[in-house]
Design a binder for this molecule. Structure first.
Ligand SMILES: Cc1cc2nc3c(=O)[nH]c(=O)nc-3n(C[C@H](O)[C@H](O)[C@H](O)COP(=O)(O)O)c2cc1C
Ligand code: SF4
Ligand code: SF4
Length: 255
């Protein structure tokens, strides 16, 4: 049993490699019934955002109860896993979830603020090798997690301080719709918080500026009409994992 969150498909692609019983975290969070799960193995697959699990994943972990002899968290990341595993285990402890194993998988970095997607897609990150290792570790019920380096700890502290000082770095308020928008409504379907709507002017608008900052909207827009006001490395380059369809992202995230 795996619970996943994905904006551009990396985590769904990895979740599918690891198990056949998959549940989308945004869809599980909609359920009114208590979120109690029991299985022989339970995993979470989620992206790394500034070294941490996305807020929506943390909300799910805080709300859900898991009855399993083996609980693991896999976080996909792009260029620097930072303190991902350590912080995931610590957050689990904080909300009463025992994490037996935490690991990371390097994939395309979808953070358009910092990276050009064309450059990212050109890098061979040896995903099959990483997945094979991960599968073996989970099959063998390996326990533990990688300790971050000193440099990663310092980098994480600096990024956290920056994010506190400039909330627009992580709160979604820099997401901007340009006049390339044709009102197709895809952004409203991939947003896990249902932040977008298409107005009478046939343009996309946001109900509230504050959000997860997952970038599903920007990557899925067929007109590349969603950009970041502070910095967008290449507004003409967007990404979706080649193993995952737009329909699957919509099904996973539709509010
Ligand atoms: C807001 C944001 C912050 C990110 N922070 C990190 C990070 O700290 N380290 C990193 O290596 N990748 C980072 N990434 C990249 C994603 O973790 C990575 O591309 C992930 O595989 C995306 O998964 P998905 O396709 O399932 O959404 C970030 C992406 C976003 C959107
Ligand atoms: S996906 Fe893009 S083009 Fe379609 S409504 Fe949203 S912003 Fe406009
Ligand atoms: S508005 Fe865009 S970045 Fe914000 S939660 Fe929705 S899809 Fe993610």
């Amino acid at each position: 049993m795996i619970f996943y969150f994905t904006a551009t498909g990396n985590c769904l692609a990895i979740a599918r490699e690891l198990d056949s019983e998959l549940y989308s975290i945004p869809q599980e969070l909609k359920k009114k019934a208590p979120l109690h799960y029991k299985a022989d193995t339970i995993g979470i697959v989620a992206p790394t955002y500034s070294g941490l699990m996305p807020r929506i994943v943390r909300r799910f972990l805080a709300k859900a109860r898991f009855d399993t002899p083996y609980f693991y968290i896999v976080m996909t990341y792009g260029m620097n896993p930072s303190v991902a595993e350590k912080e995931a285990v610590a957050y689990g402890e904080h909300v009463g979830v025992r994490v037996d194993y935490a690991a990371t998988v390097q994939m395309v970095d979808n953070f358009i603020f910092a990276f050009d997607m064309n450059d990212q897609m050109a890098i061979d990150k040896q995903i099959p090798r990483q997945v094979a290792e991960l599968k073996q570790n989970i099959a063998n019920r390996v326990k533990g997690f990688r300790e971050p380096s000193e440099q990663q700890m310092t980098g994480f502290a600096m990024v956290s301080e920056r994010n506190c000082r400039w909330p627009e770095m992580t709160d979604g308020t820099q997401i901007t719709v340009t006049d390339k928008c044709v009102g197709c409504g895809i952004c409203s379907k991939v947003c896990p918080l249902g932040r977008f709507y298409v107005g009478d002017d046939k343009k996309a608008h946001r109900y509230s500026e504050y959000c997860e900052f997952c970038l599903a909207c920007a990557h899925a827009c067929p007109k590349k009409a969603i950009t970041l006001s502070v910095q967008d490395k290449n507004p003409d380059a967007r990404f979706r994992n080649p193993e995952v369809s737009l329909a699957e992202i919509i099904k996973s995230n539709q509010f």
